[in-house]
Design a binder for this molecule. Sequence first.
Ligand code: COA
Length: 388
Amino acid sequence: MKIGIDQISFATSNLYIDMAELANARKEAPGKYLIGIGQKKMAVLPPTQDSVTLAANAADQLLTPTNREQIDTILFASESGVDQSKSGAVYLQSLLNLPTHVRAVEIKQACYSATAALQLARGYIALHPDKKVLITASDIARYGLHTAGEPTQGGGAIAMIISRSPRILAIDDDSAVYTENIMDFWRPNYATEALVNGHYSGHMYVDFFNDVFSTYRKQTGLTLDQFAALAFHLPYTKMGFKALKSVLPQGKPETQQRLAANFAASHQYNQVVGNLYTGSLYLSLLSLLENATDLKAGDRIGLFSYGSGAVSEFYSGVLQAGFQTMLHTKQQHTKLTQRQKVSILAYEKLFQYQLPRDGSTIDLDTTQDPAKFVLAGIKAHQRQYQQH
Ligand code: COA
């Protein structure tokens, strides 16, 4: 039985900053951000968007009367959870008006958890082939103003429906995983921004990739030449490029050319949105599917997932006949180009704004946020979500 990604969608905020302007404001050469790190624009998140509203805005695009009845599990992958106890998935169930006969859980391991959710969903569907699983991967990446990590912030959500007979990507059973306890990036409970050892993280990412990719090749007998494309977890595009570069010599010249061209397609969206943490790999997959010019049914795509701390996995999937009809490329491009640019000053104000942390009540102005689902405030310690 084939199991995999049947539908996929994406949501981010309507605000962004230009990376050349951020570089100027930080007295850095624009080339450092645009080429050295590989980012052109960065999503800026207003206080009316959090990991729940972003996930709801992404998932809402996928729901139909039929799949609403088939989804019996919601897996909410995030490292920007809004509650230490209640899962974001429960909020999603009610915001999206999904049946109450559904299990709803949150899952966490830095940027890796959406891949864990996908693999768990595959096992579940193997036992319950008539069911579908809704996975959301939503985060707001925060490193802090004037920090080295600042140009690698961003935010947004990916939603995917996992089912049997998937119409986009059938996932292969083989995969290679690697876990090692390292401190490259983490966020203690008392911190609103991540702590990161960025250069160390970059090296570990490439090392972990080489470990799981070579294990995967030994396990399956597949070679680099058999991949149409590789999609990487992309907190910023240069990171994935370094991993790709480390294995390119394993391929024939035409393979090297194909993988490099498809890598360029796979980072088009990430390059203008920034870091999604858990959703980054799947935004890159979506970018690849919607922007590559030569992908066809039967092509194998390799996926590298990495979550600091650190857990990594390499697996692959095969594109299904008619996958192009399941994509919404034109709407995606329109949404991304119609966003509103904000000044660096306005971004700094939005970044510094914090919801009250002492339990007090707040009403947020939602009139400036065009998203369907917004956070309207906090009352009696409860988040108030609204649908526009
Ligand atoms: N033109 C082109 N490239 C330039 C440049 C210029 N004018 N100036 C610098 N660069 C290049 C550097 O050579 C470097 O490239 P390299 O990585 O290929 O060597 C790149 O730009 C970045 O420069 P660097 O000096 O390393 O930047 P930095 O010390 O400010 O840190 C990061 C960059 C990415 C490490 C930092 O933003 C960070 O820590 N981000 C978070 C990483 C993370 O989240 N990791 C965990 C998640 S998996």
